[in-house]
Design a protein around this ligand. Structure first.
Ligand code: ADP
Ligand code: MG
Length: 563
C-alpha cells in the first residue's frame, strides 16, 4: 500500500500515461488490490481493478457455498452489495472525463453467473472500474490516493464486514430452489412451472421490478396443478405446463402475454422480491417471433415455406431482408438447430399468415399458390416426431384447438383449464380446413460457418467489438441486431456473447465445424477456464448466456456465410 502511495506521489502532475506505473498488486489492510489495466486517458473506459478478500474475513459461511447454485448466487449477491456500497459512497467527479468514477456491474432481476465476482475456497474477488483522476491530462496523484486509501477500503468493508449472512442465504436458497425445480421439470413431464402467488407483471416496459398491486397468480385449478417439494421453500403448488402443445387463450388484456413473458424468462433464476422466483422454465425453451428485415443465411425453412415464386430454394434459404413469416420460420429452424426443447410463441409478435390459413382462405387461394405451411399444421409433428413442445398465446384462431394437448384460459389474470370445453367444441363444430403439411419433419442439419466471412477489424484496429445494452453487437464494421432476442436479459450477457463469438471464431471455426459445435466448444473451454478463458482481459462485466443466444447472434451477422 505504501509503495502505491509513493508511486502516486511521484507521478502526481505528470502526463496521464505515467499512471501505467501503478499496474501491479498491493497489500492493503485485510485485502489485496491489483491494478490490472490502466486506461489510456481520462476519457477512456475506466481502469480495471480487482480486490481479493480472504473468505475467513467475511460473513460468508458454509451455507452460502454448499452447492453450485448457491455459489453462483452468492457471487451475484456480492456484486449487488458492492454496487450498493458504490452508490452509498456517492463518489463524485474528481477532475476531467471519468476521473473519480467507481463502477461495478449492476445486475437486474436475474441471478446470473457473473464475472464481476469470483470465488475460490479461500478468496473472494471483486472486479470493478476506477476512473483514475486527472486535471485535463495531468495526473491528480493525491486524489487517486484518496480513492485507493479511503474509498476502496470503505467499499470492501461495506460489502464484506457488515453482516449480510441472512440476506445472502435467502438469495442462495432462492436460486437453489429454482435450479432444483428446473432440473426436475423434464422428469415431471413439464416445460414450465408457475407457482401460486407469483407476481408476473412488471412495473413497466423499462422497469423490470414487480408491478405494485398486481393480482397474484392462482389459485390453479386442480386439473393443472402440480405440487413439488423444494430443498428450501418446502412444498409448493403451481401451474404445470406439460410437455406437448399448450395454448394460452383468453380475451384481450386478460394477462396472456404477461404469463408467456414470465415463462420465457423462467429460464433464469430471479432475486428474492422479484415475484417470479418460482416461475421456472426448461432451459431449452426458446422464444420465436417474427422479425421482418432480419438477415437469414442458408437455413432450411422448407418445412414451413416451399415453392416460392421463381423457384427459389428454401432448403438453403438466404435473405437480406426476410419477411414476417420467413423470418419466423428461420427463427424456429435455427432454434431447433440450437437444440431447443420447447418453442414459445405469442400471437402479438407472430406473423399472422405464418400461424394459420383458415378454411375460406384455403378455398380462395389454392395450396399450390401458397408457399407457407402454417405453424398449425406442424406444431403437432414438432412434438410427436421430435419431442419439441410449444407454448403459445392465441386469442384469435380456433383452428389451434384441434392440435392442442392443453388449453389454458387466462381470465382476469387467473388460469382456468378449458381443455375439456375445447375438445367438446372441436367435436361439435369440426373445422372445415384441411391439414396442409406433407412429409415428416427432422431436426435441421448443423450448418458450418465460413470463418472467412467473419471480420472483426475496423480501421486501424484488428478487433473492434462492443455491445449496446441488449440491443446490438458491433462486430467490426457490422452491427448485429439482437434486440428481438427476447430472452436476452442483461447487458453483461450481450458483452459476453461478443466475447464468445470472437473466441469461437478464433479457436473453433475452421470451415468444417458446425456453428453449434464451435459455440459448444467455446462454452466448454469456459467451463474449464472460467470467463477469463474467453474474454482476454475484458474481465469485469460479463454474464453467462445459453448457446442459443450466442448462435442467434451469429445467425444475425450480416456477413455470415455458410459453407
Ligand atoms: P393479453 O396478452 O391477454 O392481451 P397482457 O398480458 O398484455 O394481456 O396484460 C394486459 C395488462 O394487464 C398489462 O398492462 C399487464 O401489465 C396487466 N396485468 C397482467 N397481469 C396482471 C396481474 N396479475 N395483475 C395486474 N395487472 C396485470
Ligand atoms: Mg397479448
Amino acid at each position: 500500500m505504501r509503495r502505491l502511495e509513493q508511486i502516486l506521489r511521484r507521478i502526481d502532475g505528470r502526463g496521464y500515461k505515467a499512471y501505467r506505473d501503478i499496474r501491479g498488486t498491493y497489500r492493503f489492510e485485510g485485502f489485496t488490490l491489483t491494478v490490472e489495466h490502466v486506461q489510456g486517458d481520462p476519457f477512456a473506459d475506466p481502469s480495471r481493478i480487482r480486490v481479493m478478500v480472504p473468505v475467513d474475513r467475511t460473513w460468508i459461511g458454509q451455507e452460502h457455498v454448499s452447492s453450485t447454485s448457491r455459489r453462483v448466487a452468492l457471487r451475484d449477491f456480492m456484486t449487488r452489495r458492492f454496487a450498493q456500497a458504490i452508490r452509498n459512497l456517492g463518489a463524485g467527479h474528481r477532475g476531467s472525463g471519468k476521473s473519480g468514477l467507481i463502477s461495478v456491474d449492476v445486475p437486474g432481476p436475474e441471478i446470473l453467473d457473473r464475472s464481476s465476482c469470483l470465488l475460490t475456497d479461500d478468496v473472494v474477488e471483486i472486479r470493478f472500474r476506477m476512473g483514475l483522476p486527472a486535471a485535463g491530462r495531468r495526473i491528480l496523484g493525491r486524489q487517486a490516493w484518496t480513492m485507493f486509501a479511503q474509498d476502496v477500503p470503505r467499499l470492501v468493508r461495506e460489502t464484506f464486514e457488515r453482516d449480510y449472512f441472512r440476506e445472502a442465504l435467502e438469495h442462495c436458497q432462492t436460486a437453489e430452489d429454482a435450479d432444483f425445480l428446473r432440473q426436475r421439470l423434464s422428469e415431471m413431464g413439464l416445460v414450465a412451472f408457475i407457482a401460486e402467488g407469483a407476481i408476473l407483471p412488471r412495473r413497466s416496459g423499462v422497469d423490470f421490478g414487480p408491478m405494485e398491486g398486481a393480482v397474484p397468480f392462482g389459485p390453479v385449478p386442480d386439473t393443472l396443478a402440480v405440487e413439488v417439494g423444494l430443498p428450501n421453500a418446502g412444498r409448493v403448488r403451481g401451474l404445470g405446463i406439460p410437455r406437448g402443445v399448450t395454448l394460452i387463450v383468453g380475451g384481450g388484456y386478460h394477462g396472456k402475454s404477461t404469463l408467456l413473458d414470465a415463462i420465457a424468462m423462467g429460464i433464469y433464476n430471479h432475486i428474492p422480491g422479484d415475484g417470479r422466483q418460482l416461475v421456472v422454465t426448461d432451459s431449452g425453451a426458446v422464444t420465436v417471433r417474427s422479425e421482418d428485415g432480419r438477415r437469414v443465411e442458408g437455413v432450411d425453412i422448407s418445412p414451413f415455406i416451399s415453392g416460392l415464386p421463381g423457384g427459389r430454394d428454401t432448403t438453403r434459404f438466404s435473405s437480406e431482408d426476410a419477411s414476417g413469416s420467413t423470418s419466423q420460420a428461420a427463427n424456429i429452424v435455427e432454434a431447433m438447430e440450437a437444440g431447443a426443447t420447447a418453442l414459445i410463441l405469442d400471437e402479438d409478435t407472430s406473423a399472422n399468415n405464418f400461424l394459420v390459413r383458415d378454411f375460406r382462405m384455403q378455398m380462395l387461394v389454392h395450396r399450390d399458390r401458397e408457399p407457407i405451411t402454417p405453424f398449425v399444421d406442424r406444431v403437432r409433428q414438432l412434438y410427436d416426431e421430435l419431442g419439441i413442445s410449444t407454448v403459445m398465446v392465441l386469442g384469435g384462431s380456433g383452428d389451434y384447438l384441434d392440435v392442442a394437448d392443453v388449453v389454458i384460459q387466462m381470465d382476469a389474470y387467473q388460469p382456468v383449464d378449458v381443455t375439456g370445453q375445447a375438445r367438446e367444441i372441436c367435436r361439435r363444430f369440426p373445422t372445415l380446413r384441411h391439414q396442409e403439411a406433407t412429409g415428416s419433419i427432422a431436426r435441421p442439419r448443423g450448418r458450418v460457418p465460413d470463418p472467412e466471412s467473419f471480420d472483426p477489424s475496423r480501421g486501424s484496429r484488428r478487433e473492434k467489438i462492443k455491445s449496446v445494452a441488449t440491443r446490438a453487437i458491433v462486430f467490426g464494421h457490422h452491427e448485429i441486431d439482437v434486440s428481438y432476442l427476447d430472452q436476452l436479459a442483461d447487458p453483461s450477457q450481450t458483452r459476453f456473447i461478443s466475447d464468445v463469438i470472437l473466441y469461437a471464431w478464433k479457436h473453433h471455426m475452421d470451415g468444417r465445424t458446425t456453428l453449434a459445435d464451435a459455440i459448444a466448444k467455446a462454452m466448454n473451454d469456459m467451463r474449464r477456464g472460467g470467463f477469463d478463458a474467453l474474454t482476454e482481459g475484458r474481465f469485469d462485466n460479463r454474464a453467462a448466456v445459453r448457446p442459443h443466444e450466442v448462435m442467434a447472434a451469429v445467425n444475425r451477422l450480416r456477413t455470415l456465410r455458410i459453407v
